[in-house]
Design a protein around this ligand. Sequence first.
Ligand SMILES: Nc1ncnc2c1ncn2[C@@H]1O[C@H](COP(=O)(O)OP(=O)(O)OP(=O)(O)O)[C@@H](O)[C@H]1O
Length: 308
Amino acid sequence: MSAAAVEITGLVKRFGPVTAVDHLDLKMPRGTVLALLGPNGAGKTTTVEICEGFQRPDEGTVRVLGLDPARDGAALRPRIGIMPQGGGAYPGVRTEEMLRLVAACAADPLDPAWLLDVLGLNGVRRTPFKRLSGGQQQRLSLACALVGRPELVFLDEPTAGMDPQARRLVWELLAALRADGVSVLLTTHLMEEAETLADDVVIVDGGKVITSGSPSALTAEHADDAHLRFRARPGLDTQLLREALPEGYRVQESSPGAYRVSGAVNPQVVSTVTAWCAQQGVLAQELHVGKRDLEEVFLELTGRELRA
Ligand SMILES: Nc1ncnc2c1ncn2[C@@H]1O[C@H](COP(=O)(O)OP(=O)(O)OP(=O)(O)O)[C@@H](O)[C@H]1O
């Protein structure tokens, strides 16, 4: 059987006093999409850069397509595609010129014209990199990562800064790649991106894996539960609200003025919450009842919001 796409055991990376990655383990089978999901500073980029061979681990083992990226970089590089955070190209290079340059380095590249078309970059083929919008630069960077037909691609926040339409294009392309058997490891702090694309999600915080599994498995626990969110002035006494509700409900102010009630939300609970707010002389605004999602899982496990 061929080696896993990525296998990481006991990975530690320190920068002076900061432990960016703290005994992280993960295994990603070939042909799957894995999303590293976590807030800013969780250690996602550091983990990916170690897999790409750009940084060396302090402890632990990392195998990418069965190879050690720190030692076997020359053998590994032709087989992987890399889209770094924030992209990057010579400012004066034109879109198509850049992609053709990268394609020329590959043994069996994809057709650059096809990639430009699929990624909606046809209209800016002759535009210099520095004049592209942030989202266009990101898409060109993705095209460069894919043009060499990699077996495995690393995408660091691939849709950051893109408008919803461009994000959809990228998601469709990534779904097509997966259908072709390409393995994809991406980082994101967009829960919807992880839910839409990934076979497996590894939620990281403070350099550690908090939990992992398929999006449906992670959200299936207490699947009957919903949550109720509302906004009101910051600093309401959440303990008092909890006491007004039946046993077993949790109430958090997840960020200033954003409240979340977790448990089996029914009409009675909604009415209790709004009545309690009225007693406090506040109007519960943007009242929203939703199913448990990855954002909720993260909040339950860390007490903080993913997008804080
Ligand atoms: N070269 C470096 N020198 C010093 N500290 C670093 C370095 N690279 C990363 N760090 C620190 O390590 C921690 C993890 O950073 P990392 O960039 O891996 O997180 P991340 O999850 O990718 O965050 P983001 O979503 O903001 O990209 C942070 O505290 C960061 O400040």
